[in-house]
Design a protein around this ligand. Sequence first.
Ligand SMILES: [Zn+2]
Length: 401
Amino acid sequence: MQELVWLLLLPVAAASGWWVASRAYRRGKEQVAPEFTSDYIKGLNYLLNEQTDKAIELFIRMLEVNSDTVETHLALGSLFRRRGEVDRAIRIHQNLIARPTLTTEQRGLALLELADDYMRAGLLDRAENLFLELIELNLHNSAALWHLLDIYQQEKEWDKAIAVAHRIESDAGKPMDSIVAQYCCELAERSLDHDDYGEAVSLLHRALESDRNCVRASLLIGRLERERGNCGEALKAYQQVLQQDVEFTPEVVDPLISCYTEMGKSEEIPSFLNQIVEAYPAVKSVLRLAELLEKREGREAAEQFMLQQQRSTPSLRGLRWVIHAQLDRAVEQDGRAGLQLLDDLTGKLIEGLPSYHCQQCGFDAKRIYWQCPSCKRWNTVKPVKGVGSDANKTPSILGES
Ligand SMILES: [Zn+2]
């Protein structure tokens, strides 16, 4: 890469030298040409003495900004930024913007590049001001709006993020409903941190107005209503999650069991569990149903059910349940040793499993993230299902009921 820059810079500097010199010569030989020659030789000396930083600075200064060289400045700035030399990119772009002779288009490009430099340098306030200026000038609106959205997300300025998302939606026609709903949930969680329950509920309903399939809003409403003793409302919210996105079933199995129990409707739990296992056999639901069967019909019925489930929807946790059951029945020492080994191995495998997985980039996590920390997309991290599922970290609550 270093060589590439020099290959680029040297001819540019040489051409610039020739061009500036010939122009100066035409203007009046004695005044400018000697100054340029001295700079040029000085630059070459820096190069020969391996003082590359000083040489680059000098050559860039010599490359006069005019309509013919703006593109070169922009290309150089962009090159430095890509190499991680953000300070240098910033100086080039600031130098460009200071020139009053730029056309509106050129100034817009330079502002966009400089704002990008600031973003890369983590100077988000400065970047924000430049993006706002671009929108004010009606230049590069789309790029500026997406960058602003990124800044407001990083700064957790959710109100501003909502305003920008609406602007993107109206300008570009891109649906932003589900993202706006997440911003409302972020604001709701902030209200809860300040014990402002009313505001939080209002924001959560606003989230659902924006995106009626916002699982996060329903989960939060369920939690809030349950904390306030409104189990009926909590039950409705958790049931809504099953309609919104069946893949979040593991998140609501235990809360739903608790709601039924607290409402004195424990008799409805078996049919509810059967229904959700039928609709979406997540390992957590399957294990809860097995616990219930064991309690009501005995160990053998539960074991038969689990063996059947393992054939249709295998999971490590389900397999371990079956191993435990057989271990309890094993009498011979040899048989027990083998089963014990299997139990230990599956236990170790389960320990390392993620509970959540980003369906966009493959990021694995032990807890839910509504915005993926890796690819930064919203609504892409979901509970893991199937053989590698570990979505059963909490202890059984059926035994407590
Ligand atoms: Zn991701």
